[in-house]
Design a protein around this ligand. Sequence first.
Ligand code: NI
Ligand code: MN
Length: 227
Amino acid sequence: MGMLQYLGHAAFYLEGSGIRALIDPFLTHNPMAPEGADARPEIDCIFVTHAHGDHIGDTVEIARRTGATVFATNELATWLKGKGLKAEGMHIGGRARFPFGRVKLTHAFHGSSMWEDGKMVYSDVPCGFLIEVEGKQIYHAGDTGLSVEMTLLEAEGVEIALLPIGGYYVMDVDDAVRAVGFVKPKKVVPMHYDTFPPIQADPQDFAKKVGEAAEVIIAKPGDVLSF
Ligand code: NI
Ligand code: MN
């Protein structure tokens, strides 16, 4: 059986046969995070959707400490390798098989940048991830606006979709409801809301509007869900 734990904002812990992973591990400066960057002694993989601080978060520190392999788009992965980390630099639409299951990078419409020596440096295109764990497809959308590319995911048979609902930088509730209609996951967990003032959203409103289209799981930081 697989397990997914919400760590607040867009951060999740994902575990199953052959994998103990973090997705977008923004913990130290995340006011919603139930744990710190040093909470887990063993992590095999870290999935990073883009270089914005609220997603790359504590990646470098955790990967250094645990020896985890970081999955990211090629440019970001190359930057991380330059910091001495192990990384898989895949790219949008690319899929590859790993011992725990397959990974595909999905489209995300957003930006990606980082601070280097006091200057903002453009990083690369952001992505989402389709991660196969225990034979089930987990879709983390990353930061993204609504896009027709999401209709491509229907054919993937997504078990759980993790979708941003906070608006301002990403989909708001109404667009995320439309995304559910495009992806057609069995279950959906709203994320990327209420962390900071511009991204206030009502997950109950999202659940009401999704209705019967999918099972909506409103996770509080720390909540665990089995699949
Ligand atoms: Ni972002
Ligand atoms: Mn973000």
